[in-house]
Design a protein around this ligand. Structure first.
Ligand code: C2E
Ligand code: CA
Ligand code: CA
Ligand code: CA
Length: 277
């Protein structure tokens, strides 16, 4: 209350948050029309030989005045305003177009992975949208993977789940992202149409110091293996964490230890060269 017993529902801080929200929303609309978004690519590698399994595609926004704006700030705004639909169409096509170019240049063993938001699951006809996009980009289905967060999986309609199943049958890989943070009951894992679980960075951060997180990480890894899912550890930043997940038998890692997200040009020159030799 403000001291006079009146409940204040509008604080100055809220005002500035609202202003920032509307500002970024307007700027995002402009950015969509003027080429200010780009994609960066981060490799996910096999623990045993460090070969690349796939690249996760991460959107970047270069604002002419503000500089780089982080997706953790603008993706939630894009989702709340449904602008993620338009932005997400661009991201999926651009990712597929880039991967198709790499594929045709000889990079046929790796896939590209695209983050799909809950809003897209709700408003896009998932199966048709994805299949039409890969066809337009000339990308084989086996070269595409979709990452869907655990919490979106829990909220997904039956229709969405069926679309995901049909996409899998076409050869597209489906991953549960941020696994361990969405509070799904573990037995729903048996029901979901997925191939990969990505264990949230939180567990990797905590596991070396906190025995409880260590045990949970180990259990998720065992469960994944028992269910024949590929397990990926997110956010591996140091050798100690890499060693820990290797000992637990986790197959793949992603993190700054291996590589930060890179521009398509860097990926092209580094990976295509080593891959083709
Ligand atoms: P996410 O899907 O969990 O993506 C992984 C995030 O962790 C990325 O942040 C990546 O740069 C970061 N990361 C990877 N390795 C490390 C590490 O070793 N240490 C640390 N500290 N971070 C690491 P980024 O690119 O800032 O993206 C943040 C989130 O924004 C993503 O989390 C995802 O939820 C969302 N996002 C990014 N790009 C897209 C997109 O194209 N579409 C949608 N719908 N969401 C996106
Ligand atoms: Ca992701
Ligand atoms: Ca993640
Ligand atoms: Ca995350």
């Amino acid at each position: 209350t403000d001291g006079r017993g009146i409940f204040r529902v509008y604080s100055p801080e809220m005002g500035s948050k609202m202003r920032r929200y509307h500002y970024l929303l307007e700027e995002m609309r402009l950015a969509l029309g003027s080429n200010n978004f780009s994609l960066s690519f981060q490799p996910i590698v096999h623990v045993d030989d460090c070969s690349i399994d796939y690249f996760e595609c991460l959107v970047r926004w270069h604002h002419p005045v503000e500089g780089t704006i982080t997706p953790t700030e603008f993706i939630p705004i894009a989702e709340e305003s449904n602008l993620i639909l338009e932005l997400g169409d661009w991201i999926l096509f651009e990712a597929c177009r880039q991967m198709s170019a790499w594929y045709n240049a000889g990079m046929t063993k790796v896939r590209i992975s695209v983050n799909i938001s809950g809003v897209q699951l709700k408003h896009r006809k998932l199966y048709d949208w994805v299949i039409e996009t890969i066809e337009k980009a000339g990308l084989p289905p086996k070269a595409l993977m979709l990452e869907i967060t655990e919490s979106c999986f829990i909220e997904a309609s039956r229709e969405t789940t069926e679309s995901l199943q049909k996409l899998r049958e076409k050869g597209i890989t489906i991953a549960i992202d941020d696994f361990g943070t969405g509070f799904s009951s573990l037995c729903t894992l048996a029901e979901l149409p997925v191939d990969v679980i990505k264990i949230d960075k939180l567990f990797i951060d905590q596991a070396n110091d906190n025995p409880k997180y260590n045990k949970i990480l180990n259990s998720i890894s065992e469960l994944g293996k028992d269910l024949n899912l590929k397990v990926v550890a997110e956010g591996v930043e140091c050798a100690e964490q890499f060693e820990l997940v290797r000992k637990m038998g986790i197959q793949c890692v992603q993190g700054y230890l291996v590589s930060k997200p890179e521009t398509s040009n860097n990926v092209g020159t580094k990976v295509l060269r080593t891959n083709l030799n």
